[in-house]
Design a protein around this ligand. Structure first.
Ligand code: THU
Length: 131
Protein backbone atom coordinates (compact mmCIF):
# COMPACT_ATOMS: atom_id res chain seq x y z
CA UNK A 1 0.00 0.00 0.00
CA UNK A 2 2.89 2.35 0.75
CA UNK A 3 4.21 1.90 -2.80
CA UNK A 4 0.75 2.43 -4.31
CA UNK A 5 0.32 5.66 -2.35
CA UNK A 6 3.75 6.90 -3.44
CA UNK A 7 3.02 6.09 -7.08
CA UNK A 8 -0.32 7.90 -6.89
CA UNK A 9 1.27 10.95 -5.24
CA UNK A 10 3.78 11.15 -8.09
CA UNK A 11 1.01 10.79 -10.66
CA UNK A 12 -1.06 13.53 -8.97
CA UNK A 13 1.98 15.83 -9.02
CA UNK A 14 1.75 15.87 -12.82
CA UNK A 15 -1.48 17.87 -12.51
CA UNK A 16 -0.01 20.56 -10.24
CA UNK A 17 -0.94 24.06 -11.44
CA UNK A 18 2.13 26.12 -10.59
CA UNK A 19 2.73 29.01 -12.98
CA UNK A 20 4.16 31.18 -10.17
CA UNK A 21 6.51 28.92 -8.21
CA UNK A 22 7.06 26.05 -10.65
CA UNK A 23 7.23 23.89 -7.51
CA UNK A 24 5.04 20.85 -8.05
CA UNK A 25 3.58 18.78 -5.21
CA UNK A 26 1.47 15.64 -5.25
CA UNK A 27 -0.29 13.85 -2.42
CA UNK A 28 -2.22 10.60 -2.04
CA UNK A 29 -4.41 10.04 1.00
CA UNK A 30 -5.49 6.58 2.13
CA UNK A 31 -8.94 6.35 3.73
CA UNK A 32 -9.71 3.69 6.35
CA UNK A 33 -12.12 2.07 3.88
CA UNK A 34 -9.24 1.54 1.43
CA UNK A 35 -10.16 4.31 -1.01
CA UNK A 36 -7.47 6.78 -2.11
CA UNK A 37 -7.84 10.50 -2.80
CA UNK A 38 -5.14 12.45 -4.55
CA UNK A 39 -4.31 16.14 -4.67
CA UNK A 40 -1.90 18.56 -6.30
CA UNK A 41 -1.06 22.15 -5.46
CA UNK A 42 -3.14 24.79 -7.23
CA UNK A 43 -1.68 28.28 -7.34
CA UNK A 44 -3.33 31.63 -7.91
CA UNK A 45 -2.19 35.00 -9.27
CA UNK A 46 -3.20 36.52 -5.96
CA UNK A 47 -0.84 34.04 -4.22
CA UNK A 48 -2.66 33.63 -0.89
CA UNK A 49 -5.55 31.59 -2.38
CA UNK A 50 -2.97 28.96 -3.40
CA UNK A 51 -3.76 25.56 -1.91
CA UNK A 52 -1.32 22.79 -1.09
CA UNK A 53 -1.58 19.30 -2.54
CA UNK A 54 -2.21 17.71 0.86
CA UNK A 55 -5.17 19.95 1.64
CA UNK A 56 -6.68 19.37 -1.80
CA UNK A 57 -6.55 15.61 -1.12
CA UNK A 58 -8.06 15.97 2.37
CA UNK A 59 -10.82 18.33 1.24
CA UNK A 60 -11.74 16.16 -1.72
CA UNK A 61 -12.09 13.17 0.61
CA UNK A 62 -13.96 15.02 3.34
CA UNK A 63 -16.37 16.56 0.84
CA UNK A 64 -17.10 13.02 -0.34
CA UNK A 65 -18.10 12.08 3.20
CA UNK A 66 -14.83 10.39 4.27
CA UNK A 67 -13.73 11.04 7.83
CA UNK A 68 -11.20 8.36 8.71
CA UNK A 69 -7.75 8.18 7.22
CA UNK A 70 -4.70 6.03 7.76
CA UNK A 71 -1.86 7.49 5.68
CA UNK A 72 -0.73 10.13 3.19
CA UNK A 73 2.21 10.16 0.75
CA UNK A 74 3.67 13.51 -0.27
CA UNK A 75 6.20 14.36 -2.96
CA UNK A 76 7.33 17.70 -4.29
CA UNK A 77 10.15 19.46 -6.06
CA UNK A 78 10.70 22.02 -8.80
CA UNK A 79 9.07 20.96 -12.06
CA UNK A 80 10.56 17.97 -13.83
CA UNK A 81 11.67 14.82 -12.07
CA UNK A 82 11.61 14.58 -8.27
CA UNK A 83 14.81 15.86 -6.65
CA UNK A 84 16.94 14.39 -3.85
CA UNK A 85 15.32 16.72 -1.31
CA UNK A 86 12.53 15.36 0.88
CA UNK A 87 9.26 17.31 0.68
CA UNK A 88 7.62 17.67 4.09
CA UNK A 89 4.03 18.90 4.52
CA UNK A 90 3.79 22.54 5.59
CA UNK A 91 2.55 23.49 9.05
CA UNK A 92 -0.93 24.42 7.85
CA UNK A 93 -1.39 21.03 6.17
CA UNK A 94 -0.17 19.26 9.32
CA UNK A 95 -2.82 21.10 11.30
CA UNK A 96 -5.53 20.23 8.74
CA UNK A 97 -4.49 16.57 8.85
CA UNK A 98 -4.69 16.66 12.65
CA UNK A 99 -8.37 17.60 12.43
CA UNK A 100 -9.20 14.22 10.93
CA UNK A 101 -6.25 11.93 11.56
CA UNK A 102 -5.24 10.14 14.73
CA UNK A 103 -1.80 10.17 16.31
CA UNK A 104 -0.72 7.01 14.52
CA UNK A 105 -1.69 8.33 11.07
CA UNK A 106 1.33 7.73 8.81
CA UNK A 107 2.98 10.39 6.67
CA UNK A 108 5.24 9.12 3.86
CA UNK A 109 7.63 11.89 2.90
CA UNK A 110 9.24 11.27 -0.46
CA UNK A 111 12.25 12.35 -2.45
CA UNK A 112 13.55 10.92 -5.72
CA UNK A 113 15.06 7.80 -4.14
CA UNK A 114 13.86 7.81 -0.56
CA UNK A 115 10.65 7.52 1.44
CA UNK A 116 10.68 8.39 5.15
CA UNK A 117 7.84 7.37 7.40
CA UNK A 118 6.51 9.51 10.27
CA UNK A 119 3.47 9.58 12.48
CA UNK A 120 1.43 12.76 12.47
CA UNK A 121 2.26 13.34 16.12
CA UNK A 122 5.97 13.28 15.28
CA UNK A 123 5.42 16.00 12.67
CA UNK A 124 2.92 18.00 14.72
CA UNK A 125 3.44 17.72 18.45
CA UNK A 126 1.14 20.05 20.40
CA UNK A 127 -1.18 20.85 17.47
CA UNK A 128 -4.00 23.29 18.14
CA UNK A 129 -7.20 21.90 19.69
CA UNK A 130 -10.24 23.71 21.06
CA UNK A 131 -11.14 22.85 24.66
N1 THU B 1 3.06 23.36 -1.28
C1 THU B 1 2.30 22.22 -1.17
O1 THU B 1 1.58 21.84 -2.09
N2 THU B 1 2.39 21.50 -0.02
C2 THU B 1 3.14 21.84 1.06
O2 THU B 1 3.07 21.18 2.09
C3 THU B 1 4.02 23.01 0.99
C4 THU B 1 3.93 23.84 -0.24
C5 THU B 1 2.98 24.14 -2.52
C6 THU B 1 2.31 25.48 -2.39
C7 THU B 1 2.92 26.25 -3.54
O3 THU B 1 2.14 26.02 -4.70
C8 THU B 1 4.29 25.62 -3.74
O4 THU B 1 4.27 24.39 -3.01
C9 THU B 1 5.44 26.48 -3.26
O5 THU B 1 5.24 26.89 -1.98
Amino acid sequence: MKQTLCDKAKEARNNAYTPYSNFKVGAALLCSDGSIYTGCNIENASFSPTVCAERVAVFKAVSDGKREFSAIAVCGSPKGELSEKLCYPCGVCRQVLSEFCGEDFKVYVMSKNDVREYTLSELLPFGFELE
